[in-house]
Design a protein around this ligand. Structure first.
Ligand code: DC
Length: 241
């Protein structure tokens, strides 16, 4: 992928930056990460897809999602690969492309459940650190700025009110969805609750993250705001270099 002209002539070294985007479901992370990646010529890596892919394997294998020992054994014989594409990531489990199978409510819920187990997290974190090691990435998830890349050059914590996030998710379900918006909001709150309160690497802003609340913004406005945050960090870094 070639950086576009909007990279503002920053020195080559700056193209190895890591932009960490964390936040709860439906805050607009994927849209913003995709946009930033395209705009700044970075690779977009969506770590949630990795937890989802492993959750799919656990569901298929009938492993209870609260059994950390069995999950750890399953992880030991699992290969997860995340590949950056132009518009979205592909995720492969043991060589099978499962990208189209991981967005349904069952896998969504299971991903949040498998992600509470420390052994699963440390396995995923290592994979993610390897993926981003060379830099030049936008990585989005829940613990990127706090755990995966605590020294990331840019950290954005994206948030929005649960009702707004739920409504956005509902609208993404397309015409005539089988659920009511209230159900989507309820599921999202339950997942938030688990992601924010787990003992290991709970969802929270890194101390040096820039907070971006998109409650009263369109996604387009949030994209522009995120872009400005990265620009400001990059020009600050360029001045110091
Ligand atoms: O971003 P997502 O909704 O696709 O993530 C699915 C679940 O994976 C989420 O509920 C919590 C977990 N997750 C995580 O714990 N850490 C990450 N870096 C990314 C996702």
């Amino acid at each position: 992928m070639t950086p576009d002209s909007s990279f503002h002539g920053l020195p080559e070294a700056k193209r190895t930056i890591i932009v960490a985007i964390d936040g709860p479901a439906g805050a607009g992370k994927s849209t913003i990460a995709r946009h930033l990646a395209r705009h700044f010529g970075l690779l977009n890596l969506e770590t949630g897809a990795m937890y989802r892919a492993f959750a799919l394997k656990a569901l298929r294998a009938d492993v209870p999602l609260n059994d950390s020992k069995l999950l750890e054994e399953l992880a030991a014989e699992t290969a997860i690969r995340l590949e950056a594409g132009d518009s979205e990531n592909s995720v492969l489990v043991d060589g099978e492309d499962v990208t189209g199978l991981i967005r349904n409510p069952e896998v969504t819920d299971a991903a949040s459940r498998v992600s509470v187990h420390p052994a699963i997290r440390s396995w995923m974190v290592k994979l993610q650190q390897q993926l981003g090691a060379v830099g030049g990435v936008v990585m989005e998830g829940r613990d990127i700025g706090t755990v995966v890349f605590p020294h990331a050059e840019v950290k954005i914590f994206l948030d929005a009110a649960p009702e707004v996030r739920g409504q956005r998710r509902f609208e993404q379900l397309g015409p005539a969805p089988a659920v009511q918006p209230e159900e989507v909001i309820r599921d999202l709150r339950a997942r938030d609750e688990r992601d924010r309160n787990r003992a290991d690497s709970p969802l929270k802003p890194a101390e040096d993250a820039v907070l971006l609340d998109s409650t009263n913004m369109t996604l387009d406005e949030a994209v522009r705001a995120a872009e400005a945050i990265v620009e400001a960090k990059l020009s600050g870094a360029a001045l110091q270099a």
